[in-house]
Design a protein around this ligand. Structure first.
Ligand code: SF4
Length: 327
């Protein structure tokens, strides 16, 4: 297999891409099980589930992003598409204006043709990839738009930048279509996930999802400093060890593989409603962060990136400011 040819091009040639877009995606949306909440609503009839999203995708913004991991942003940027709404409700979400909007984002709904055109526009700007941010609740719609875009000449890798609260049914729909999975691993304890993200069973579901992602794409493959296929796992360190960092890193080391590329992030700050939760109401401390970095060494996890520690250097939710990554 030539890893430099995105998988969806092969599926386009066999006709499988359109079959999935027209049949499988539609049937999943008729009884929505795109995420473990399994709301069962008929989104083709504009019924709303927990994520508050109906049939058409909501694009909050899109841009050429230079602040992702170096293998994604490269020199020309990652073609990032930020979807509105979310299937999690993280009290500390740094993008809460678009993930948990105070007012409906229906005005940002786009047709499948328009979403395909956005991908082609980002490709024309020279982006190394198309990067779907918070895609879970629109994963089926993304397939429909990719089928259109691929027919019109899309040919760069697709990145699925997810909170990992994805159902296995949805991930199987994406098998062979997504080239690079970029999941978070947010919690290792279901009680913390329920309290701070209203996500029942997050630990088990996210681990199942990441295991399936690894099965589909394998370890990260980089060609000429740019990712072409594989898995990168992100982990945001939270104050008071709410993220359960050690358990998550042990899971990666033991179950996913020591060679896995991991992106450890220090950028937490008490955004959204975090100030109402005492254990989340401060940035992380340097010693908390250094403890997690020490675990990477201890567990033999050598591949990836870590953000520099800075109590001031926050990620700016206007998507313009670059995240400072250090090798
Ligand atoms: S994506 Fe998840 S939260 Fe949204 S309707 Fe489907 S099952 Fe429910």
């Amino acid at each position: 297999m030539n890893n430099n040819i995105p998988g969806y091009i092969r599926l386009l040639q066999t006709g499988e891409l359109h079959t999935r877009a027209e049949e499988v995606a539609e049937s999943l949306l008729k009884n929505c099980t795109l995420c473990p909440r399994e709301c069962g609503v008929d989104r083709t009839k504009d019924e709303l589930g927990f994520c508050g999203s109906d049939y058409l995708p909501i694009v909050a913004s899109y841009c050429v992003h230079h602040g992702e991991e170096p293998v994604l942003s490269g020199t020309k940027g990652s073609g990032t598409i930020f979807f509105g709404n979310c299937n999690l409700k993280c009290v500390f979400c740094q993008n809460h204006q678009i993930s948990q909007p105070a007012q409906s984002l229906k005005k940002n709904e786009v047709s499948f043709d328009r979403l395909a055109d956005i991908m082609l526009e980002l490709q024309a700007k020279g982006c190394h990839n198309i990067n779907f941010v918070s895609p879970t609740h629109f994963s089926a719609q993304i397939i429909k738009a990719v089928a259109i875009a691929a027919s019109k000449g899309l040919k760069i890798p697709l990145v699925y930048n997810t909170n990992a609260y994805d159902s296995l049914q949805a991930l199987r729909l994406l098998d062979g279509i997504i080239d690079i999975y970029l999941p978070d691993i947010k919690y290792s304890d279901d009680n913390e996930a329920k309290e701070y993200s209203n996500a029942k069973g997050y630990a088990r579901n996210s681990r199942q999802a990441i295991t399936e992602m690894k099965r589909q794409v394998g370890n990260l493959i980089v060609d000429d400093s740019i990712a072409v296929r594989g898995l990168i796992i992100r982990h945001l360190v939270l104050p008071n060890d709410i993220a359960g960092s050690e358990e998550s890193l042990r899971f990666i080391s033991d179950e996913i593989g020591k060679e896995t590329f991991i992106s450890v992030m220090s950028q937490y700050f008490p955004a959204n409603r975090a100030g109402d939760f005492p254990l989340l109401s401060r940035p992380i401390r340097q010693r908390e962060y250094e403890k997690v970095l020490g675990l990477l060494d201890e567990l033999g996890l050598e591949n990836g990136w870590v953000q520099e520690y800075s109590s001031k250097d926050y990620y700016c939710p206007d998507f313009e400011k670059e995240m400072p990554f250090a090798d």
